[in-house]
Design a binder for this molecule. Structure first.
Ligand SMILES: Nc1ncnc2c1ncn2[C@@H]1O[C@H](COP(=O)(O)OP(=O)(O)OP(=O)(O)O)[C@@H](O)[C@H]1O
Length: 211
């Protein structure tokens, strides 16, 4: 599996909303083949940092830089190289599961060895294939978001609160996907639940960057 070697480097990054600094002086490098947990209590700034990392939000101070296969990559191209599953990233409710999968993979490639049928069987949602997503349970929606992200052929995988709405069986399913689909990728998990980030070798705690 060759996703390309990716790095994200933060040089004294800070972000504020109005007068409130959410985090400051973050110096950190994220590298392919490694998994990272961004930790901190509710409202501490995990999602904000993730949005800065995926270049959908700019930092208020400091510099962020990206490389792909050792060549600099400009901010506007970063989204092409990442797959994101997050509570604020909505599925298209009018679509069926199959339509949603087709739509997603118009923009992303399937990870080598996966295809639509494999995504569907991975989801294991009995009778769900033709049903509109608006009628899915919250756990089914979460599984779909995760399967789309895991099966995208991108060097970066970003997961914000990956097991929200999942029951124990869903958590076990998520951990199985982690084992299967994160190798050689740069994986970043925002979480405050140990069971969903325990596999991450590195941890970055937002509370350490409050002043
Ligand atoms: N666009 C915005 N404008 C103003 N304040 C914002 C904005 N986005 C986030 N915030 C504030 O920034 C802080 C950090 O929010 P963020 O969602 O990053 O935290 P979090 O650690 O991901 O929280 P949770 O664990 O609850 O998901 C919060 O106080 C939030 O209200």
């Amino acid at each position: 599996m060759d996703h390309g070697l990716f790095t994200i480097s933060l040089d004294n990054i800070g972000r504020r909303f109005n007068r409130d600094w959410i985090f400051r002086r973050v110096n950190f490098t994220f590298t392919s083949g490694e998994s990272y947990a961004i930790l901190g209590p509710n409202g501490s700034g995990k999602s904000t940092l993730l949005q800065v990392l995926n270049a959908s939000m700019g930092p208020s101070e400091g510099k962020i830089s990206y490389t792909l296969n050792n060549a600099p990559l400009s901010h506007e191209h970063v989204y092409q190289h990442l797959a994101l599953a997050a509570p604020y990233l909505e599925l298209i409710e009018d679509f069926s599961m199959e339509e949603m999968i087709d739509f997603h993979f118009k923009f992303k490639s399937y990870l080598p060895g996966t295809d639509k049928q494999q995504v569907i069987s991975l989801l294991n949602l009995k009778g769900g294939a033709g049903k509109q997503i608006r009628y899915f349970s919250s756990g089914m929606k979460q599984r779909l978001k995760l399967a789309l992200a895991f099966c995208s052929d991108t060097p970066i995988l970003m997961l914000d609160e990956p097991t929200s709405n999942l029951d124990q069986q869903g958590v076990d399913w998520y951990l199985q996907l982690v084992g299967q689909f994160t190798r050689e990728r740069l994986t970043i998990v925002c979480s405050n639940q140990p069971h969903e980030y325990a596999f991450c070798k590195h941890q970055l705690n937002i509370s350490d960057y409050k002043n």
